[in-house]
Design a protein around this ligand. Structure first.
Ligand code: AMP
Ligand code: MG
Length: 412
């Protein structure tokens, strides 16, 4: 039995993880691959926006002083389609047909929309409504000045940021590096998902689940062949994966004779940061560092694996990928049923959250324990029950962690 006794709290365990992380590293990527990444360097405007005095309507560019009263007839001096520049200044009494997005000709100071005009002939246009100076013109630089800070380092890049960076010619951008990870399921009882388990065997379900959770984070994770509970095989695997940023083990970290992961790690000079935390599910959670590498040993019970990944792997990985908000969002909700637990550990109870007319409502999801992934799969949230609490009465307000599943489902 190597679990720390007494167990450290959830808060302390998380703090230990977050204070034992390598620093984020920037890398340069194509703009198209930057979605969801964190910008590593400030980006400044290489030009002003709009780059020229721009018409924001289809209509006629004119000198507003030329139209003292309406209706008023002007001479048509030519056309200015978008992407072209009128080659001469507009003279007194002239108008030019202009498209949305085209530059105003020199001398013009306003645009009248096509709907407020009447074409009299090929060379005459009648302005039907009065024109104010600057009307329907977006002046050069009115949106962004050249040299202005446009996207700040630390920003999570969403589609609108990608578009903004494109405005300023950033075909490649500096973002924090994505991490490479291996998901390693341990257990001599495991068979591949395509196989039918023989006596005493089960399918490796944690492997694909943890890969899916990794993908949700933007972690580049590959599923390694599952490991038997064998010292030599575990050693060989850790050695072969030493170039990866993160190792995520499932199973083999509890107190049994065949739970070898932490034993092997110690022998291989990994620093065990902690082993065991007062969380339910997931008590035997282990976190270690080996050089730059972060190693997580998640308990093998599928619900424990899932929950400890979200509680510990997620914030760690996201921090190292440059995220500031590294944890899942939390909110308060009204619980629909009594919740009871044996005090001592922080309990993360699976639940379904929804928004009713009077706010967030959370309904506990009953499972047969931390092995019961099939029942847990109905959850889109976790109710946080503090370690000293043994009973939360129906209708009281509880803290809830939103799982990614909630967003996937769309708000209901
Ligand atoms: P362990 O943490 O290795 O003691 O495993 C705890 C329980 O989780 C045992 O019942 C295991 O059979 C089960 N388990 C371990 N690894 C996996 C896995 N990859 N997929 C499904 N169940 C697993
Ligand atoms: Mg095992």
């Amino acid at each position: 039995m190597t679990l720390i006794n007494p167990l450290i709290s959830y808060e302390r365990a998380l703090e230990l993880v977050l204070t034992h992380l390598p620093a984020p590293h920037p890398e340069r990527v194509d703009l198209q691959s930057a979605l969801g990444r964190i910008l590593a360097t400030d980006v400044y405007a290489d030009l002003q926006v709009p780059p020229f005095d721009k018409s924001i309507m289809d209509g006629f560019a004119l000198r507003s002083a030329d139209v003292p009263a309406v209706p008023f007839v002007l001479d048509l001096a030519g056309d200015i389609p978008a992407g072209t520049v009128f080659d001469r200044p507009l003279e007194a009494g002239q108008a030019a047909r202009i498209m949305t997005g085209a530059p105003l000709p020199a001398g013009a100071d306003a645009v009248q929309q096509v709907e407020k005009t009447r074409l009299l002939s090929e060379t005459k246009i009648e302005i039907l409504e009065k024109v104010t100076p600057g009307q329907f013109v977006s002046p050069a630089g009115c949106e962004v000045r050249q040299g202005a800070l446009v996207v700040q380092a630390g920003q999570v890049l969403g589609p609108a940021h990608i578009g903004t960076l494109a405005i300023f010619g950033k075909a490649r951008v500096d973002v924090f590096r994505t991490l490479n990870a291996a998901v390693i399921s341990t257990g001599s009882e495991l068979v591949e998902i395509s196989e039918r388990p023989g006596p005493g065997q089960i399918r490796n379900s944690n492997g694909p689940m943890l890969i899916a959770q990794s993908h949700n984070l933007g972690l580049r994770a590959s599923l390694f062949p599952h490991l038997p509970d064998d010292r030599k095989a575990t050693e060989r695997l850790i050695e072969s994966a030493s170039s990866l940023d993160v190792l995520i083990f499932s199973g083999g970290v509890s107190a049994g004779e065949w739970d070898l992961v932490h034993q092997v790690m110690k022998e291989m000079d990994a620093t065990i940061v902690f082993h065991g935390a007062a969380v339910k599910p997931g008590k035997p959670i282990l976190f270690a560092r080996r050089g730059r590498q972060m190693i997580f040993g998640l308990p093998g019970n599928p619900v424990s694996s899932f929950v400890t990944f979200e509680l510990f792997v997620r914030p760690a990985v996201r921090r190292v990928m440059g995220f500031v908000g590294a944890e899942l969002p939390k909110l308060s909700a009204r619980v629909t049923k009594d919740v009871t637990q044996k005090p001592g550990r922080r309990f993360f109870k699976p639940a379904r959250l929804r928004f009713g007319a009077d706010g967030a409502i959370v309904k506990p999801v009953e499972t047969k324990g931390s092995a019961d992934l099939a029942a847990f799969a109905a959850a889109n949230a976790l109710i946080i029950v503090p370690p000293e609490t043994s009973h939360i009465p129906k209708d009281s307000s509880v803290d809830v962690i939103l799982l990614e599943q909630f967003v996937l489902e769309g708000r209901r």
